[in-house]
Design a protein around this ligand. Sequence first.
Ligand code: FAD
Ligand code: DHB
Length: 390
Amino acid sequence: MRTEVAIIGAGPSGLLLSHLLAHDGVESVVLETRSREYVESRIRAGILESSTVELFDAVGLGERLHREGSEHRGIYLQWPHERHHLDFLDLAGRSVWLYGQSEVQKDLGRAREAAGQEIHYEVSDTEVHDPGSDRPYVTYRDAEGNDSRVDADVIVGCDGSFGPSRAAVPDSARRTWERSYPHSWLGILADVAPSTDELIYAWHPDGFALHSMRTAHVSRFYLQVAPGTDLADWSDDRIWEALATRLGHGQDGWQLDPGPITDRSVLPMRSFVMEPMRYGRLFLAGDAAHIVPPTGAKGLNLAMADVALLAPALAALLRKKDPALADSYSDRALRRVWRCTHFSWWMTTMLHAGPDPFDTQLQLSQLRWVAGSRAGATGLAENYAGLPIG
Ligand code: FAD
Ligand code: DHB
């Protein structure tokens, strides 16, 4: 088959790209290894920057988000015996929205289905061919086991950190940067009302803890754990005890309410950037090109910002034969990528406990400065609430 843009991956970046391209009258085909049910139930990000919300509103995707999501003015930053609220609206003029990535994925899936988007789920052996030529194509095996091929003007790799697109760029044509961290997160979902109105980011000598949420009845929590942690070593009681200690149960009368745990996983943390985010007629977007540790809530927002730049660039290239925006896509996207890479590294190193007592004193001093100085608080607020797209 032939299309204008072959998109590999039906995660949030791949589906939003197909949506934005369709708005500009550009045709695409999406290939995805997993089933639709699987991608729509994957529990991942929870925070949307205001520019992501504005983008969804502008392209008709914001209705359920505004009805079922909730706007947060800021976050709480805490360490033992102190909790401070940072009000992003007051500090930076922008808020964030709490809306699960699984809900974003469902909204995108429904919108693309209603528009008749061609999406092939449960494909295997996806391979990118001849990205450096003007006749690139993708081969794959479809859900019924038939070998298939899509010829396209352009291929976009939206296939996340483990997909094949990144590897289709020759080593000689790319540069990569990487940082691994000596921490992982143990994430849980629990059927219990949140014990807080906005997210709590807590430094503690036992390790970082984050209290997030999904709905009025479902809470989301993360605990810093050692890399290689076995979930079997963390009973429900141990998880709730660690959360109570690190989040300050009993401090100034604050209570953490436990509840039944419905999902749990361990997530490694790393930073990764690949430059450029393009090779010939292959473009990369989202986690396929860059990964951030989750502490700054940036991964999903960066993926959305990439495709917001890429869609008009591809429309200009394919509709008007004007390559200027496509040629500058990688440089423009990477400016934001590096800002978020720095912010995510900064939040991670400020909030995760380590063995060095000197580092501990620096972390506590930095936390006091961020929470106590308007300049410090504004720096965090501007980065967390996010820069305008463009
Ligand atoms: P993905 O969502 O990874 O989608 C890639 C898609 O490509 C997948 O559906 C995959 O199945 C498919 N694919 C892979 N290989 C192939 C192949 N060979 N052929 C076809 N398809 C393929 N970000 C935030 O902004 N805020 C947060 O609060 C936040 N919290 C997070 C919490 C957790 C627990 C995790 C794990 C991540 C979090 N993130 C957060 C990061 C965010 O989830 C990712 O950055 C985001 O999913 C990236 O979207 P994407 O579309 O680029 O990639
Ligand atoms: C969530 C995840 C994050 O990484 C974060 O910084 C804030 C919230 C969440 O899943 O709700």
